[in-house]
Design a protein around this ligand. Sequence first.
Ligand code: 5RP
Length: 226
Amino acid sequence: MNQNELKRLVGEKSVEWIKDGMIVGLGTGSTVRYMVDALGRRVVEEGLKITGVTTSNATAKQATELNIPLRSVDEVDHIDLVIDGADEISRDFQGIKGGGAALLFEKIVAVNSKKVLWIVDESKMVDKLGAFPLPVEVIPYGSQKLFERFEAKGLNPTFRKKEDGSLLLTDSDNYIIDLHLGQIDDPHSLADYLDKQVGVVEHGLFLDMVNDVIVGQQLGPVVLHA
Ligand code: 5RP
């Protein structure tokens, strides 16, 4: 199976976690797209009654087209489960997310969910975080200053751009600065540093957050408990 087939495998497997009546966080990305498609089929074929809480405009559009009822995070009193992808997961279940620039809403939905389930193909499982550039969402005003501060600290920042060369805007009209770190030895202290930088809205280190991971492997999906 190629990477896309592994993504489909875990996306389709993960909807087994969704039970009638649940309020479900719907993540973002190509793996989650398979999950949302499979969820849409369950809604039509089984009459499954769920409420979705989306983490991006892209997922909201897809879910709406599939007639999945949606509420915002502020309109629900709880979220039973969020199913989301990830860019890297270390052996101790820390994660990098935000490859799809949706990390802000993804983190808001994750911290408000009773259970967090990540779905990934096996290439996302790593010994140490950091080969994948760490996304940091920043307010446009003062972002050049923040960029220079990251540069001076040796964090190898780049502004994320669109194909036409203009700066990418998130769903909240912020910029993304990607930090090219190679390896992150101490994710918690890096997260503390980023949390303290004025102008940083949120970063893609998702630490101590996940409960279960479904990993797509050649022999089938494997469920890991954090
Ligand atoms: C979006 C994310 C995605 O979950 C992450 O980038 C994984 O994406 P994909 O499933 O397309 O590999 O964090 O902000």
